[in-house]
Design a protein around this ligand. Structure first.
Ligand SMILES: Cc1cc2nc3c(=O)[nH]c(=O)nc-3n(C[C@H](O)[C@H](O)[C@H](O)COP(=O)(O)OP(=O)(O)OC[C@H]3O[C@@H](n4cnc5c(N)ncnc54)[C@H](O)[C@@H]3O)c2cc1C
Length: 441
């Protein structure tokens, strides 16, 4: 049915992350037809990926199906697909899904395709040091982390045991700190007593960053507290240390004291983000500029220059040096939806997007987090309770909140990790797919 013929405005939203999902929801009562296209069938709460990777939460708890979230929003439909092309002249987007390719017309377009992992030009590191952007990544990491303890248990050579029990996390931002903290808790608190040949407490957890601080965006006070807490937990923090190579059995770094090799089977990349490939395509098609990370430089109202009908929001937009965080994506998504509603109501548009910084937080261990809200700084248990409240608030779906609380209870009050299942497919599928693609004509 031709919706334009019926006078309904067609909004296509690309991406169902924080930006795209909140933009779609904000259009609930608007006189529009929304088509939300996403590369996966689920919305992903990325800030808790590290808890899936370390066996605290199940993947379903942080990745609810998009169509279930939107089932009551009658003016929205959800399509599985990766958008490969935006044609601003024809006002169409083209998407592909396994065995399918389709084109959708739009009157307004909101592009919210997020960000991808950056290895700063060393993409070959990815094979041995997976990043953490998707459920696939988190499950692969879960398999590698728990698998490392299993394989250490089978070894008799002390050097090999040490290699299996050395975990290196690259990047001391919130993701790296949370990941290192959770592996430390796993090794020192949850796994002891479960192995007969190895002592999980012997595991080394090394957190590396090229900068001289951890959590640099949180300021000196909280950064120092976080560093102290990491040391207390037994995490070795190597600052001013640059990764120069990664291979199957170790990682090479440049420190102030020179070159060093760390023998480690499990490396995790938590440093650097880059814009998705769609950003490059959209920039080419519209003549828009991109910043160094490849993000689209947008007008103050989040529209793409020369195209008032196209909004780029969230992680893939470059505007006023706003950080790539969930609140920027949520608020810019709502702003784009608001602009479309105003335009349809015949009201003036073009108002600049105003970001309200609600603060940032990172957990370090159970009952310990740092939180920065305006000029106020919180740490320890208070910071952790704030972290708990905020994550419960933004976790999508009532049932997910209930089960997440149960799992947190099991892991933080008790000593269990209820989500330790890892399959060979999860660990090896990436490599198998890469090899398969190499043999394609
Ligand atoms: C491990 C990790 C931890 C984080 N922790 C925090 C935190 O503690 N606090 C915080 O505020 N922020 C955190 N962030 C950042 C936050 O998650 C992002 O800023 C936020 O998700 C950005 O929202 P977005 O909608 O722009 O992109 P995303 O949430 O990344 O969503 C993009 C969506 O677009 C889809 N997509 C991509 N390309 C295409 C395409 N071509 N076609 C169709 N669909 C496509 C993807 O599948 C995805 O669903 C974290 C991020 C990560 C990776």
């Amino acid at each position: 049915m031709d919706e334009r013929a019926q006078g309904r405005h067609r909004v296509v939203v690309v991406g169902a992350g924080f930006g795209g999902l909140f933009a779609t929801k904000a259009l609930k009562n608007a006189p529009v037809e929304v088509t939300l296209i996403n590369g996966t069938a689920h919305h992903l709460f990325q800030p808790l990926l590290y808890q899936v990777a370390t066996g605290i939460l199940s993947e379903g708890e942080i990745a609810p199906p998009i169509r279930e979230i939107l089932k009551r929003q009658k003016n929205a439909k959800v399509l599985l697909g990766t958008v490969t092309e935006v044609d601003p002249e024809a006002r169409t987007v083209t998407a592909v899904a396994p065995g399918a390719s389709y084109t959708v017309e739009y009157d307004s377009l909101i592009v919210a395709a997020g960000a991808s992992q950056s290895y700063f030009g060393n993409d070959r590191f990815a094979e041995h040091a997976p990043g953490m952007k998707s459920i696939d990544d988190a499950l692969e990491l879960r398999g590698r982390i728990f698998g490392a303890f299993e394989l250490a248990e089978l070894e008799t050579d002390p050097a090999a045991i040490e290699r299996w029990l050395t975990f290196v996390v690259v990047g001391a931002g919130p993701t790296g700190v949370e990941m290192a903290g959770q592996i430390a808790e796993l090794a020192h608190r949850h796994l002891p007593g479960q192995y007969r040949n190895i002592d999980p407490k012997q595991a080394r957890i090394i957190l590396i960053d090229a900068l001289d601080t951890v959590l640099s965006s949180f300021g000196d006070h909280l950064s120092t507290k976080a560093l102290r807490q990491l040391h207390t937990m037994g995490v070795e923090v190597e600052l001013g240390t640059k990764v120069v190579d990664v291979d199957e059995t170790g990682i090479e770094v440049e420190t102030r004291n020179g070159h060093q090799r760390i023998e480690s089977m499990t490396k995790i990349w938590a440093a650097g983000v880059a814009a998705p490939s769609l950003s490059t395509q959209l920039a080419k098609a519209t003549g828009a500029s991109t910043d160094r990370a490849g993000r689209l430089e947008v007008n103050p109202d989040c529209t793409v220059p020369g195209h008032p009908e196209i909004f780029a929001i969230g992680d893939m937009m470059s505007l006023d040096r706003l950080p790539g965080v969930a609140q920027v994506a949520i608020q810019s998504g709502r702003h784009a939806a608001g602009q479309i509603k105003q335009r349809l109501a015949g009201q003036p548009t073009g108002q600049p997007f105003k970001y309200f910084d609600k603060g940032s937080m990172a957990t370090i261990s159970r009952f310990s987090a740092v939180a920065s809200v305006g000029k106020l700084h919180f740490s320890g248990v208070i910071g952790w309770l704030m972290w708990l409240a905020v994550h419960l608030l933004y976790l999508v779906g009532f049932k997910n909140r209930v089960t997440a609380v149960l799992h947190w209870f099991v892991s933080f009050i008790g000593r269990g990790r209820s989500e330790r299942v890892a399959t060979f497919q999860q660990v090896f599928a990436r490599r198998a797919l890469q090899e398969y693609r190499q043999h394609l004509p």
